[in-house]
Write a protein that binds this ligand. Structure first.
Ligand code: ADP
Length: 517
């Protein structure tokens, strides 16, 4: 997602080259120590009640990294009980000064920063993304998000209200209670931070279920949460499968809220489970099929660079990937050529090699899904310009793939591929492209490239998406809200907006003595 901070990345080029090279020598897929493989409940690392464990696979080799405890309903129940006890009125967490709550979060961020090379190496091992991205994009985003929300901890407050007659009325923005977080594998620790940071800032306690493919960095950070002094039961972190551990969270009667990031399909299940159980509050950050619209009056180099990364960053495993690339017909052929050239220049391979900028897909299931959709693109008549097949004979690498002459009805134009596959088609004018861009069930993100400000304003207003980027892509910072329209979900991660989802508004009305009574 986040070439976020493109600017800050560039400004640190020298430092990065030095530190990445040094760290890459230090770590490779064989020498990253695995410290934590148990569930983190009530500030202790424990085995699953069933004793079961699940295998964690290195996506760049297909080898087993280790196994971790496999939580299911019994463990969710124990974790929820711990979180409930930590949340009870009068508990250490509930009575802690809000500013001290913020200080704990700052300390957690500091501890993560202290261990950033190790955590980045672990993220790369578990997820396959290039070490440079883990070190300079994902883990800094984790740290920045924790710090941003640490600053909010003592700034979440209500209002006093001028009521009619004899009462004093004020609102309290109280924590919701025990919150369940269910997070995906594409940005394992970053998505974990996007959820847990506002949860903690608002004074909630939580049970976090991390993706079964990528549990390792969150479990390590659990150790750091204990080290910096979070009280027992405030943070609980479970590794486990979706339908079992995740399902137990979604349907739990003593969880008040679930924050979820993942597929639209599972988001719908979670909302149904919430309705069938205790009507817990739900926020859902789901899939996308984001349009990226390039006009012929754009800054060409800027549009080329950003449009390429809009699809290929994180090997397309981004919910906001700009996979529907619409290029104005007057420069269509030239643009397709440039997109093909850039795709062919990507460097696939060992993610610890500083030269590599393109890692594997997360697993064989995702790779096969991508290959199936590529096949459908060819059969439905799109023009395959480059790629289209698996790369290498180990791990789950996919060749960078570009389709041109894509038509809007094709499956590759309507379905989320979640892989390094770009779909390009041409358009004539503004009115046509607004209609086509909005003709989707999704509404997560969109982008427009043009130097014409009137056009930029008009189109960014007309697009139905939670995020619109103008002359850039994937710029995501903790201060800016992120979330979807339509089937891309509801509610917002990040920014001040996310705080609303983790508080309840209580209105207190007090009778007050009248002046003459
Ligand atoms: P993806 O398709 O990208 O793997 P998912 O939506 O399946 O995304 O997974 C995102 C998160 O949701 C993961 O932590 C996964 O374990 C969890 N999950 C999957 N299925 C369910 C389910 N039925 N109930 C609750 N959580 C689930």
């Amino acid at each position: 997602m986040f070439i976020a901070m493109i600017a800050s990345k560039l400004s640190r080029t020298l430092l990065r080259c030095h530190s990445t090279a040094a760290a890459a020598i230090a770590y490779n897929s064989k020498n990253v120590p695995i410290e934590q493989t148990k569930l983190f409940i009530n500030n202790e690392f424990v085995e699953a009640a069933s004793g079961k464990r699940l295998e964690v696979i290195n996506p760049s080799t297909g080898d087993t990294i280790c196994d971790v405890a496999e939580a299911d309903k019994a463990d969710v129940d124990i974790a929820v009980a711990a979180a409930r006890s930590a949340f009870n009125y009068g508990s250490e967490w509930r009575t802690m000064n809000a500013s001290n709550r913020g200080r704990l979060m700052y300390k957690w961020a500091d501890a993560i920063e202290r261990d950033i090379h190790y955590i980045a190496a672990l993220e790369t091992l578990d997820n396959g993304k290039p070490f440079d991205d883990s070190l300079h994009v994902d883990i800094p985003l984790v740290i920045n998000t924790l710090r941003y929300y640490a600053g909010w901890a003592d700034k979440v407050h209500g209002k006093t209200i001028p009521s009619d007659g004899g009462t004093f009325v004020y609102t309290r923005h109280e924590p919701v209670g025990v919150v369940g977080g269910i997070t995906p594998w594409n940005f394992p620790l970053a998505m974990f931070a996007w959820k847990i940071a506002p949860i903690l800032a608002c004074g909630n306690t939580c049970v976090m279920k991390v993706a079964e493919q990528t549990p390792l960095t969150a479990l390590y950070c659990a150790k750091l949460a204990k080290e910096v002094g979070f009280p027992d039961g405030v943070i609980n972190i479970l590794s486990g499968y979706g339908p079992t551990a995740g399902g137990a969270i979604a349907s739990h009667m003593d969880i008040e809220k679930v924050g979820f990031t993942g597929s639209t399909e599972v988001g719908k299940i979670i909302q149904m489970e919430s309705a069938k159980s205790n009507l817990k509050r739900v926020t859902l950050e789901l899939g996308g099929k984001s349009p990226n619209i390039v006009f012929d009056d754009c800054d060409l180099d800027q549009a080329v660079a950003a449009s390429h990364m809009a699809v290929f960053f994180n090997v397309g495993q981004c919910c906001c990937a700009g996979t529907r690339l619409y290029v104005q017909e007057t420069m269509y052929e030239k643009f397709v050529e440039k997109m093909v050239e850039k795709a062919q220049n990507r460097i696939l391979g060992d993610p610890y090699d500083p030269k590599t900028n393109h890692g594997p897909q997360i697993d064989g299931e995702q790779l096969n899904k991508i290959l199936g959709l590529v096949d459908s693109g060819v059969k439905q008549g799109a023009s395959l310009q480059t790629g289209g097949a698996q790369f290498g004979d180990k791990g789950f690498f996919m060749q960078p793939t570009v389709f041109a002459d894509v038509q809007d009805h094709m499956d590759i134009s309507t379905q989320e591929i979640f892989g390094p596959v770009m779909q390009i088609s041409s358009f004539k004018d503004e009115e046509e492209i607004i209609e086509r861009a909005n003709n989707t069930n999704f509404g997560l993100a969109a982008a427009v490239f043009t130097k014409n400000l009137d056009r930029m304003y008009h189109i960014s207003t007309a697009l139905k998406a939670g995020t619109v980027w103008g002359n850039c892509y994937n710029v995501l910072v903790p201060q800016s809200p992120f979330g979807g329209f339509k089937e891309s979900g509801f509610g917002r991660d990040l920014g001040e907006y996310a705080l609303n989802h983790y508080t309840e508004v209580k209105c207190v009305t007090l009778a007050v003595p009248q002046k003459n009574s």
